[in-house]
Write a protein that binds this ligand. Structure first.
Ligand code: FE2
Length: 329
């Protein structure tokens, strides 16, 4: 509906049955078609949730207090809301919707709350970890397009925990970044660096999200993994991770991030690789060939998926700026 055509009736005597349509009606004064659509669906689902569960006032207040506590524990280095989104499966869902992958491209997964922009830029072969207790690992990877061509000068963010399962930002006494770096692929699309073998770790569970998991009888562990983020103009931003095969939490990740195509078996550095990369023979070895999708291919696939999904729901939409809005024409 054209916002200028909206007539707001007296908002009085609203009840269980007509509150939703009236809230949506007044929100439809919004001039932004996408925001109007998102708010309409949000209010509709939120109200149905309350009606369907017969939400009690105590439960409503418990929810308010839970979200308040979640906000209060957030800081520059702690993002409890991302954690909440992660354990509810919302992060994985949003990533899957926004970054659809054609066959034979690398799947994405959750960003998690520990990426930072404070990371050193390293050259090929340098070490991202200063942890002497970690088991040495050589990571040797490539990045290509869907036709197999190497992509050079891709900006790659990499981050992992130390050998105790903590990211640098979780140490109150940290001196600077550790276990993370930014590097770029070379002319052949290759990049390699030294790191430590990832270990499983619990997500921070001393706050509201941890308390929620405990009530749900869920463990807070993530399987051993290393995070990667790829950025290059013209290509869809890829946020992903590699997971170690046979980790005790491989099939029960607290944040639902594991995908079979991202699970790897570690090898061992042999004499030839040790000489080539200048690392000790016998160190752990992780290899992977990442495949990026172009931005336009992703946009087309995302728009197609939106149309199909909303068609199934009986909604007529058009895609504007890459996102669906009701098609009222
Ligand atoms: Fe992580």
């Amino acid at each position: 509906m054209d916002p200028s055509q909206v007539t707001i009736p007296p908002l009085k005597d609203l009840n269980i049955d007509n509150i939703t349509e009236n809230v949506i009606l007044i929100n439809s004064l919004c001039q932004d078609a996408r925001m109007k659509y998102v708010l309409e669906r949000l209010v509709s689902h939120l109200h149905d949730f309350a009606r369907e569960t017969r939400l009690s006032s105590d439960e409503w207040m418990a929810g308010i207090q839970f979200l308040t506590a979640t906000g209060k524990i957030c800081s520059d280095v702690r993002q409890e809301f991302i954690l909440l989104s992660d354990v509810l499966g919302l992060s994985l869902l949003v990533d899957s919707i926004n970054h659809p992958k054609p066959p034979n491209s690398t799947e994405g997964t959750v960003l998690g709350p520990f990426h930072t922009h404070e990371a050193p830029t390293l050259g090929q072969g340098e070490s991202i970890s200063q942890d002497p207790a970690g088991e040495p690992l050589l990571v040797a990877c490539s990045v290509r397009d869907t036709r197999g061509n190497p992509i050079e000068q891709v900006k790659i963010d990499i981050w992992e925990t130390d050998s105790t399962g903590h990211y640098d930002v979780q140490h109150a006494d940290r001196q600077g970044p550790d276990g993370r770096c930014v590097m770029r692929s070379d002319a052949q699309g290759n990049f390699w660096f030294r790191a430590i073998k990832p270990v499983p770790y619990p997500i921070p569970h001393d706050g509201p999200v941890g308390a929620l998991l405990k009530k749900l009888h869920r463990h807070p562990y993530r399987p051993s993994h290393m995070h990667f983020m790829f950025e290059k103009e013209g290509y869809d931003h890829l946020i992903t991770s590699l997971y170690l095969h046979n980790d005790p939490y491989e099939t029960s990740d607290a944040v639902f991030g594991v995908k079979d195509t991202l699970v790897v078996d570690l090898g061992r550095v042999d004499a030839a690789l040790a000489a080539k990369y200048g690392v000790a023979e016998g160190a752990w070895l992780m290899t992977y060939d990442f495949v990026l999708v172009t931005e336009s291919e992703t946009a087309d696939l995302r728009a197609y998926n939106s149309k199909v999904a909303l068609d199934k729901l009986g909604r007529k939409v058009k895609i504007v700026n890459g996102l669906p809005i009701p098609d009222l024409d």
